[in-house]
Design a protein around this ligand. Structure first.
Ligand code: ADP
Ligand code: ASP
Ligand code: MG
Length: 472
């Protein structure tokens, strides 16, 4: 079987003609060990947002916004095509294809407007269009450069369940499709350019893997092809010690374990989709994060067992926009099943619980959810716990809004006393109040809840006092 290397390019890396040229050069240069390259592309930066926005506004009765999106996207894609390709039948064909996708978008939005709602299934069909257009542009440019290439829709490769907007791959079926549809192309010496982010149900209905899901697509195809490595090309030098938009001096982390990147991504580091590691862990396929615009920088290598120095914290992340819900009452102690019922009520509202903390006195349970879900969750809890509330076993269910989870991540924290103390010390020096704490059982992360207005300072403080101190 031909050995493959997956190269995924994110939205900025394929966001304009110059970026596409740069990205294509990386493909043309070839893989270090001569593997066949399989390309995965995202939509151009901002395109998925625009498509989603067009659909949402159409659902609200606005007929203007989506029309504006059509013309913006037409201009943007047409200009990129004109910059990249010389006049030819192929270019005319490509322009027609883009036009057809934009017509499809407009038609979807018209129906959404008439119906007054956009279902998750329709949203997936709509938001898949950015990747479909860009894969064709990228493949055409590779061809023009003399590299045989072909655009492939992941709807023919990645088979998923029916959870629109957040679909999960069915790996066995996916592997069969990949062997049947992708392998022959690769073996014929063509470079496939596959759409990131999307898949389809067994019966062919388009799904998406969740926002930012192209990284996940790359890992799914990497596992299905048993690739040598998966490289995700982005717009920063690798996984950094924190979000560079919060701390411009954030540094590259040369190596991380699958579980460390899992925690980092889960707790808000946008650089990789949180599910990316799932498909590659089992086969131990190394994952790299590299910079399209600085390709000589080696980037971050993610493997099973990296070197980690005891006591070190590698990175700090933050998830904003959360609320902390507390169920409290002195009579809760010993009433069986309160936690189970609490979380069942939360789940019934489809809310995602990001962190849970319970005091050992059992007098309160608190958990963090996105602020947008608070009112429905509290109503559901008050209904579920009505009896206990009326008996005063539970005193109240309340929420604190505008809080942020700040997490310190690093396998070196495991079994090392004093890391938590250093985190608290870092925050105490600038009077940042810690509202709640949780530590994962992997001991790979410690999470602290702080109020929204102190979050940036908390990240900066931990970054300078704990991370730089450790690595100096
Ligand atoms: P792509 O479109 O290439 O997938 P994303 O915008 O999804 O890129 O992710 C890369 C961005 O993630 C970076 O530009 C950076 O601003 C942000 N980011 C947040 N936290 C981190 C971190 N710890 N390391 C690197 N980048 C981070
Ligand atoms: N284009 C998709 C998004 O914006 C997927 C991705 O960029 O990874 O969410
Ligand atoms: Mg991304």
């Amino acid at each position: 079987m031909t050995m493959t290397l997956i190269m995924k390019f994110g939205g900025t890396s394929v966001g304009n003609a110059e970026a596409i040229r740069q990205a294509a050069n990386l493909v043309i240069q070839g893989a270090p060990n001569g593997e066949a390259i399989v390309v995965i592309v995202s939509a151009m930066r901002g395109v998925t947002d625009a498509l989603v926005q067009g659909a949402l506004t159409a659902a609200q009765g606005d007929e203007q916004t989506y029309r504006g999106v059509v013309s913006d996207l037409r201009v943007r894609h047409t200009l990129v095509i004109a910059e990249l390709l010389s006049e030819s039948a192929q270019r005319t064909e490509l322009l027609k294809t883009v036009e057809a996708y934009l017509d499809e978008f407009a038609a979807f939005c018209r129906s959404v407007h008439v119906l007054g709602e956009v279902t998750a299934r329709a949203m997936d069909a709509i938001s898949s269009l950015g990747e479909r257009m860009n894969a064709r542009i990228f493949a055409a440019f590779l061809q023009e450069q003399g590299t045989p290439a072909r655009a492939v829709d992941a709807t023919d490769l990645i088979v998923t369940d029916r959870r629109f907007q957040e679909a999960a791959p069915l790996m066995e079926a996916t592997q069969q499709r990949v062997q049947a549809h992708l392998m022959p192309l690769i073996e014929a010496g063509e470079t496939p350019v596959v759409t990131g982010f999307i898949g389809a149900t067994e019966d062919g209905i388009t799904t998406t893997l969740g926002r930012g899901g192209s990284d996940y697509s790359a890992a799914i195809l990497g596992a299905a092809l048993d690739a040598a490595e998966v490289w995700t090309w982005t717009d920063v030098d690798g996984v950094l010690t924190t979000d560079p938009r919060i701390v411009p001096g954030a540094r590259i982390i040369p190596e991380l374990s699958y579980s460390e990147i899992g925690e980092l991504a889960y707790f808000g580091a946008k650089v990789l989709h949180p599910k990316t590691i799932r498909p590659v862990v089992e086969r131990g396929i190394p994952l790299w994060v590299k910079n399209t615009f600085n390709p000589t920088c080696p980037g971050t290598r993610i493997v099973q067992q990296p070197t980690s120095t005891p006591g070190t914290v590698k990175a700090v992340t933050a998830i904003p926009g959360l609320s902390m819900v507390t169920v409290e009452g002195r009579g809760m102690m010993g009433v069986p099943g309160i936690a189970a019922r609490t979380f069942a009520a939360v789940a019934s509202q489809g809310a995602n619980v990001l962190m849970i903390s319970q005091a050992s006195s059992e007098q309160s349970i608190c958990f963090l959810i996105p602020t947008g879900d608070v009112s429905t969750v509290i109503t559901a809890l008050e209904r579920e716990l009505a009896l206990e509330l009326s008996r005063r076993d539970i005193d109240r269910v309340w929420s604190m809004d505008d809080v942020v989870i700040v997490s310190a991540v690093g396998a070196g924290m495991r079994g090392t006393p004093g890391v938590a103390a250093r985190l608290f010390h870092a925050l105490a020096t600038t009077d940042i109040n810690v509202i709640a704490i949780a530590q994962g059982s992997s001991e790979c992360s410690i999470s602290l809840v702080v109020s929204g207005d102190q979050a940036t300072e908390a990240v900066r403080q931990i970054h300078s006092e704990v991370i730089f101190y450790e690595q100096a």
